[in-house]
Design a protein around this ligand. Structure first.
Ligand code: MN
Ligand code: MN
Length: 230
């Protein structure tokens, strides 16, 4: 769908791996975004590996977030690419447990509304046999609260889903393509509404993050699908 771009490339460290692609922000010590493709074939029954660990693929000189940074913080290690979305082998599942795939999430977000949207996404893949392109990340204040070494706590989490058929890509996206986006506050009160009440347009995610998403989709099509309101 194209690499998400904002006005400042200096805080986008790209890591392109088998399980997903991500952009790590060394200033925030968080991912800017994580993006992956999902279809029913990615979802299996392997157990969660739970091997949370430092991401050894980050370039030298950058701080590498460790599971200890989250210890006693009150925040969960919230997966962006979910463990269950990569569950056909222990090896591929383990790839989702690198700390660059995590953001500090309130338990009310991680274990409830965020998880429900993850389950909704897998239902599209399994129940409706769709091929999905998903992008997820955080929205940060100018001077965010931090935990551990300096891991910024996002004020909200966002997700964008593009719903396609098997074998389709950016060139197959049309003005009629189904897209789903949401912004959920990273706060206790997130459970006061169902997850679907947090749906927004992609334009709202672009405004809140400063990123242009779906850059490989023709501009006139982006304009239509990004403005679609739930
Ligand atoms: Mn989670
Ligand atoms: Mn865009």
């Amino acid at each position: 769908m194209g690499v998400p771009k904002d006005g400042d490339d200096t805080d986008d460290v790209l890591l392109d791996r088998d399980a997903f692609v991500l952009s790590y922000n060394p200033k925030l010590e968080d991912p800017n975004w994580v993006s992956w493709r999902l279809s029913a074939a990615d979802i299996g029954d392997v157990e969660r590996q739970d091997d949370f660990r430092i991401d050894q693929d980050l370039p030298g000189g950058l701080y590498r977030v460790t599971p200890k940074d989250y210890a006693k913080s009150g925040f969960d290690r919230g997966h962006l690419c979910p463990s269950k979305d990569r569950s056909t082998s222990p090896e591929v599942n383990s790839l989702t447990f690198v700390m660059t795939n995590m953001q500090p999430q309130r338990p009310e977000l991680n274990r409830h509304r965020w998880k429900e949207m993850e389950e909704f996404t897998r239902d599209l893949a399994i129940g409706r046999q769709k091929q999905l392109y998903v992008i997820a990340g955080g929205i940060f204040d100018a001077n965010p609260k931090t935990i551990g070494h300096g891991v910024a706590v996002p004020k909200a989490a966002y997700k964008i889903i593009v719903v396609l058929e098997h074998g389709q890509g950016a060139k197959d996206v049309t003005a009629a393509t189904e897209v789903i986006a949401a912004i959920m506050p990273n706060s206790k009160s997130v459970t006061s509404k169902p997850w679907t009440d947090y749906r927004v347009s992609i334009d709202e995610v672009e405004a809140a993050t400063g990123y242009d998403f779906l850059g490989r989709v023709p501009e006139d099509v982006q304009r239509v699908i990004e403005a679609k309101r739930p």
